[in-house]
Design a protein around this ligand. Structure first.
Ligand SMILES: C[S@@+](CC[C@H](N)C(=O)[O-])C[C@H]1O[C@@H](n2cnc3c(N)ncnc32)[C@H](O)[C@@H]1O
Length: 296
């Protein structure tokens, strides 16, 4: 790929203490700017806030702003070789052939504007949980990024898949990825899930977002899971699991499983057909996690 000098996006980053991160995310929200969606522990106790903007962000004291060209963005997200995930997935960089494996679904992902090449733990955890979830009729992917989870859901047999994503460039990239996978039926919606008007409920909802956003939107997200349906949440640092669990269990969701990879975890819930509202038991279950997940 040829390097272009014209920036197509800007990456804002800042290393802060965890308590400062919460305050800063609130500042972004108040300013009406999409908040950094990539939060990761770096050296020691610090966390890194990072967000790629497709319009030049205002100058912000304390933040590093790096212009990105197409090439940089693609490199940021790129998958160098096929990646096996769980028992049933094989993520392929576009343009590679690779050996077909009968027991694995191929997911072709082109490096582009959307997060989700399969390299990051949060995506892997979702794909691992997806392969164990019952296949229903409808699936909602919140924060679709590259579209990898929505594409995977349709590949395993969900008939109605809806994917919601804030970033318009990620949506175009996700549509392209769907075409590369021969997938035509996904409904792509460019929207902020906090403002998205939706009346439908789904058999499976997947939400690989930040813990803060999950907690904030728990009431709406839980309402989009039909009775008896499942919810997979990812993008959660291990120390944030209890907060996320509490937010959903107090909205009628029953905690079922926690999977851990490094400092990240994903949680699976079901919406009870009748709800007994016992969030204390749910919290206890999270504090006493199952043995760590071992990759196959
Ligand atoms: C961690 S990425 C997940 C991407 C992909 N689903 C995966 O699992 O790899 C989170 C995505 O959510 C999107 N996002 C963040 N806030 C959002 C919001 N309020 N509404 C819709 N999408 C949002 C981001 O643009 C980003 O693409």
């Amino acid at each position: 790929m040829k390097k272009t000098s014209r920036p197509v996006a800007w990456k804002l980053t800042r290393i802060v203490k965890p308590f400062e991160a919460e305050v800063l995310l609130e500042v972004f929200k108040q300013a009406g700017m999409p908040a950094p969606h990539y939060l990761e522990t770096s050296a020691g106790e610090n966390v890194r806030l990072e967000m790629v903007y497709t319009q030049k962000p205002p100058r912000l004291a304390g933040w590093k702003c790096v212009p990105l060209a197409d090439f940089d963005l693609a490199a940021n997200n790129a998958l160098e070789k096929p990646l096996r995930i769980g028992r049933t997935w094989m993520v392929m960089p576009s343009g590679t052939e690779g050996k077909k494996e009968k027991q694995r679904h191929r997911l072709v992902v082109e490096a582009g504007m959307g997060f989700g090449s399969g390299k990051h733990e949060t995506t892997r955890l979702c794909l691992e949980m997806l392969e164990d979830a019952p296949v229903g009729k409808s699936c909602l992917d919140l924060g679709a990024g590259s579209g990898i989870l929505a594409i995977a859901a349709e590949k395993i047999g969900f008939k109605q898949v809806v994917a919601v994503e804030l970033d318009p460039k990620a949506v175009s990239n996700a549509k392209r990825n769907a075409r590369l996978n021969g997938i035509r039926r996904i409904e792509w919606i460019r929207a902020d899930l906090g403002r998205w008007k939706n009346e439908r409920a789904y058999d499976l909802v997947m939400a690989n977002l930040l813990a803060g956003l999950l907690v904030e939107q728990a009431g709406r997200v839980a309402g989009w899971v039909r009775r008896g349906g499942r919810l997979i949440c990812s993008g959660i640092l291990r120390r944030q699991a209890n907060d996320v669990c509490h937010a959903f269990s107090s909205r009628g969701m029953r905690f079922e499983e926690k999977k851990v990879r490094g400092k990240w975890c994903a949680l699976r819930f079901s919406r009870a057909v009748t709800y007994s509202g016992n969030s204390i038991l749910v919290e206890k279950a999270v504090r006493e996690p199952r043995p760590p997940f071992v990759a196959k």
